[in-house]
Design a binder for this molecule. Structure first.
Ligand code: GCO
Length: 257
């Protein structure tokens, strides 16, 4: 296979969770531009349809799947729907996630559980359902989990998010351990500080903004489009021998003190 074909996603179908905006939509657009048919997921049907229409207008093959990734019954129903429609998911990006900033001493157990369920358990549930079908089809597949700088280091006031993203790193390795023999490559992307709705409060905080710019060797916040290259790489034949890894797209923040 020549180098250009290594990144060709033609004929593949990709499900990207949490893709009505932000990182998920950027990665979905990138995979579509590389030739994949993409399935956008979110909980808000109107927001999801607007995102889908924009990609369709650009000439891409797009469908939507409205379900709450943290609800196992909803996940199972969604995959039953894929089965009935004959939709084979070749590439999964577990991107859906929420942030909740509060000191642990003030944190309610319900808030802890909600973040863990949405950011970590969902990746297990959707990964399990995807892998069951990839293994049965015998054609392998690609699973890309979205981690974080907090997969490696902690920041005060985001404990449940940090615990979940640390879990994403180890869940990715567990997926590789169990599914690599079936031709499935499971890897992760660790975004640095990216300008997204989830981080608006941080971007608008002059002190935090200055800290990010000073602490990041690239000297800037990331954009969602900065993740597209790593996503296409991990979704493509170019990464057939890459498994259980997490690629940090963070401007170098984790590489330096
Ligand atoms: C925060 C941010 C971070 C970033 C990202 C960094 O409150 O510190 O939300 O968690 O979103 O995860 O990699």
């Amino acid at each position: 296979m020549n180098a250009r074909d290594l990144f060709d996603l033609s004929g593949k179908t990709a499900l990207i969770t949490g893709s009505s905006g932000g990182l998920g939509l950027a990665m979905a657009r990138g995979l579509a531009e590389a030739g994949a048919a993409v399935i956008l997921n979110g909980r808000d049907a109107s927001k999801l349809d607007a995102a889908a229409q924009a990609l369709i207008a650009a000439g891409h093959k797009v469908t939507t799947a409205v379900f709450d990734v943290s609800n196992e019954a909803a996940v199972m129903a969604a995959f039953d729907g894929f089965d009935r429609a004959g939709t084979a998911i070749d590439i999964l990006i577990n991107n859906a996630g929420i942030q909740f900033r509060k000191p642990m001493v003030d944190l309610a157990a319900e808030d802890w559980r909600r973040v863990i369920e949405t950011n970590l358990t969902s990746a297990f549930l959707i990964g399990r359902e995807s892998a069951r079908r990839m293994i049965a089809r015998g054609r392998g597949g690609k699973i890309i989990n979205i981690g974080s700088l907090t997969s490696e280091v902690a920041r005060a006031t985001v404990a449940p998010y940090t615990a979940a993203k640390g879990g994403i790193k180890q869940l990715t390795r567990s997926m590789a351990a169990e599914w690599a023999a079936h031709g499935i490559q499971a890897n992760a992307i660790g975004p640095g500080y990216i300008v997204t709705d989830m981080n608006t409060a941080l971007v608008e905080d002059a002190r935090f903004d200055a800290w990010v710019r000073g602490r990041t060797p690239s000297g800037r916040w990331g954009t969602p489009d900065d993740l597209i290259g790593a996503a296409v790489f991990l979704a493509s034949p170019a990464s057939t021998y890459v498994n259980g890894q997490i690629i940090y797209v963070d401007g170098g923040m984790l590489a330096v003190l």
